[in-house]
Design a protein around this ligand. Structure first.
Ligand code: HEC
Length: 126
């Protein structure tokens, strides 16, 4: 029994659900987002630009027309912390019910962590 528990513990530490992502891999993974989001220029595509999005309140790009759901989420204090981004990318609809972001992720946790590590490297526009 003790051995089983030790094995379980090892397993848990070997595969943490919360890992520091790899920004280079995240940059490549961003190709899944770039059809709708720009990251090198604060321009609007189908979605708002994502420059400096980590730490930004939801619904905060002034010239983007967000869904009411996203505006309300921001108004209720939703900020794109790493944790919230993780939840949103895993399931946009569960995190912000009614969001206009149609994205059927199929992400692994590792892929999301990589992507967030990359997003953290991109500064907000001046
Ligand atoms: C099919 C187009 C599409 C794709 C692909 C897409 N998004 Fe979005 N995204 C949107 C739209 C549209 C919104 C605005 C949602 C709203 O107003 O409810 C949005 C909103 C967001 C927001 C909230 C921004 C804010 O200012 O509050 C984040 C963060 C985000 N997307 C990240 C991503 C990431 C990262 C990816 C790639 C994994 C991605 N999106 C893929 C269309 C897309």
């Amino acid at each position: 029994m003790l051995r089983l528990l030790t094995a379980l513990c090892l397993c848990v530490t070997a595969a943490p659900s919360w890992a520091e992502g790899d920004a280079a891999r995240g940059e490549r993974a961003f190709s899944k987002c770039s059809a709708c989001h720009s990251i090198d220029h604060p321009r609007t595509r189908l979605g708002p630009h994502l420059m400096g999005v980590v730490g930004r309140p939801a619904g905060a790009v002034a010239d983007y027309k967000y869904s009411q759901a996203m505006k309300d989420a921001g108004g209720n204090g939703l900020v794109w912390t790493e944790e919230k981004l993780h939840a949103f990318l895993y399931s946009p609809k569960k995190t912000v019910p009614g969001t206009a972001m149609r994205f059927f992720g199929l992400w692994s946790d590792g892929e999301i962590d990589d992507l967030i590590a990359y997003l953290k490297t991109v500064q907000a526009p001046e």
